[in-house]
Design a protein. Structure first.
Lengths: 95, 484
């Protein structure tokens, strides 16, 4: 298989990644190579094999729905690019 | 002093023949003098380290010291360290000062360990050469033209050059074992769920596991005892007692059954590496172990399976880096979508972008069954191969890597070729098993690692077998001569 330019553009959009126009052929070649490697999987019949999502086949542990953390908004927001009154600021979404 | 192991240094501290401040200053001086040619550290936290050392000295003076109090180590820059930049090797987090400590960092700190700094790594732990770091490539201390391996390349190089007695690392598909092998140090990837992932920046959550890189197995036992344990903050942490890993190091090897997978000694394995590995296995025979051939028939599917599972999980995990709450944000975004796209496009390097895109593709509408679900089915077959083998043998041995360290730039333009260098480590990660790399000799002047693979939660046995080998060999004692 070989990925086309518009497929790379679509994947980059899905992943919200800005990609330079000039870099697209390189990504197309690399991703095609990786998908060719991955396609070796299809040679094996896995009919009836249960998927393994967790190495120990374990399920997520649940806990009581109680508050365990204190509010530390200021500390946690100290890395934010732009905040105001405890809110994260982004460009205007609704006109 | 640099030739001393963590265990030996800890003893000198306890006997008060040396203070933690002296020891810490000694390693800080070595880093300053020698790391210019290696680039194994991203951040050196000298001032804070000396403060921690002074606290450790006080604890030792009043008799409150534990086995690790006052010994200096380095943390891979993937572990969150409160008040210290935690970059994960990425421009995306170049400005990120972690607001809390990872559980591993917290546990080591409670044990009285001194942190020298944060080690270099492939960006977001994606790579096998440490060439993917925003902070530049790391050199292999045995030859500066060669890579140290990755992604924990900074930790492995720093331990090999004796710039720190030990370091933490993380392993998703081989990121502790492969650099340990290529740099000639001891590296242990514990069982999935043994060491808490909390505060360890996520790459592929069903695979990621933290562990130690040290000079010796005895040191690894000390480190793992402090790092391991149940953590309610990590939903995949396993509720299991942590055994005393140091207590069983001297168990006799009489009658221990070692399996050699035929698939790990076939085409693609360099002859020099194979000779070293076979000689190490011959030593185990002399120590009374029984060696048998085994089959892991789905070995060749491990790399393709991994390159579906890991990128899919990476693509989900790395969606959190959006330029809104922390991390890099682009200048003058036109709108929210532009902010997301340019912040991520500028913040991530090429390999990270490739993996995010592969993940986005395989998880996109219509492809899930053919890729992710198929890979999870194969993952079970790969895991069952090991379980069948462990019905016959106690431990599996083989090479860690098909070749010794490769030259910088040799594989950096060819992602698939780079991925294939992890062929012997990836299946172990998919199965969630513990794996270890120990120095076993040299081929053309570069270190070769022997891989030990155990059943789930059988770290004690791996450490026992590794320690016994290190009683009859001195490969782990060898350090590059020009790192005096």
């Amino acid at each position: 298989m070989s990925l086309e330019k518009r497929e790379i553009e679509k994947i980059a959009h899905l992943a919200r990644l800005a990609i330079d126009e000039s870099a697209i052929p390189g990504y197309a070649e690399d991703l095609t190579g990786i998908l060719d490697l991955v396609d070796q999987m299809s040679a094996v019949d896995t009919e009836g094999v249960e998927p393994l999502a967790h190495p120990h086949d374990a399920v997520q542990r649940l806990r009581e729905d109680v508050v365990t953390e204190e509010n530390q908004r200021e500390r946690l927001q100290s890395n934010a690019p732009q905040t105001d009154s405890g809110l994260f600021l982004v460009p205007k979404v609704i006109e | 002093m640099k030739e001393k192991t963590l265990t030996e240094l800890a003893l000198l501290l306890q006997q008060r023949e040396l203070s933690s401040v002296e020891l810490t200053q000694y390693y800080l001086d070595r880093i300053q003098r020698l790391d210019t040619t290696l680039n194994s550290f991203i951040s050196v936290t000298g001032e804070e380290a000396l403060k921690q050392a002074a606290v450790a000295d006080q604890k030792i003076a009043v008799g409150e010291a534990g086995p690790l109090t006052g010994v200096p180590i380095a943390h891979k820059d993937i572990f969150c360290t409160q008040g210290v930049r935690t970059s994960c090797g990425s421009k995306m987090l170049d400005n990120f000062i972690a607001p809390y400590n990872a559980t591993v960092v917290e546990k080591m700190s409670e044990a009285g360990v001194v942190m020298l700094g944060k080690t270099n790594m492939d960006e977001f732990a994606m790579g096998s050469s440490n060439e993917n770091s925003f902070y530049g490539a790391v050199s292999n201390p045995w030859n500066r033209e060669y890579v140290p391996g990755g992604s924990s390349g900074g930790s492995a190089a720093a331990v090999a050059a004796r710039l720190t007695p030990a370091a933490t690392g993380t392993d998703t598909g081989g990121s502790i074992r492969q650099p340990a092998a290529l740099c000639g140090v001891t590296g242990l990837k514990p069982t999935y769920g043994r060491v808490s992932r909390w505060g360890m920046i996520a790459f592929a959550s069903s695979l990621d596991q933290g562990g130690p890189l040290t000079q010796s197995a005895e040191d690894a036992a000390l480190m793992l005892s402090a790092m391991a344990g149940f953590d309610p903050k990590d939903s995949t942490s396993m509720e299991r007692e942590v055994p005393d890993y140091s207590a069983t190091l001297n168990n006799p090897l009489q009658g221990v059954r070692i399996g050699l997978p035929r698939e790990y000694f076939s085409e693609g394995l360099d002859g020099g590496v194979e000779n070293v590995v076979q000689e190490a296995i011959a030593e185990y025979r002399k120590m009374g172990a029984e060696v048998v051939d085994i089959d892991l028939p789905n070995t060749r599917l491990a790399v393709p399976t991994y390159y579906v599972v890991a990128p899919a999980e990476c693509s989900s995990n790395l969606s959190r880096f959006d330029g809104v709450r922390y991390g890099h944000r682009c200048d003058d975004p036109r709108d929210l979508e532009d902010l997301y796209k340019r912040s991520r496009g500028e913040g991530f390097g090429d390999e990270v972008k490739r993996r995010i895109m592969i993940g986005a593709y395989t998880l996109s509408a219509g492809y899930y069954d053919a890729y992710y679900l198929k890979a999870q089915r194969l993952r079970r077959l790969i895991s069952e191969d090991f379980q069948r083998a462990f019905e016959r043998v106690d431990v599996i041995m083989g090479p860690v890597t098909p070749t010794t360290a490769f030259r910088k730039g040799e594989k950096s333009d060819d992602p698939v070729n780079m991925y294939l260098s992890d062929i012997y480590t990836i299946a172990v990660s998919l199965a969630g098993l513990p794996g270890m790399s120990i120095p076993a000799g040299f081929s053309d002047g570069m270190p070769v690692g022997l891989q030990l693979i155990g059943n789930h939660f059988d770290e004690s046995r791996l450490l026992n077998l590794a320690h016994q080998y290190q009683q009859v060999s001195d490969w782990h004692r060898q350090a590059p001569e020009d790192m005096a």
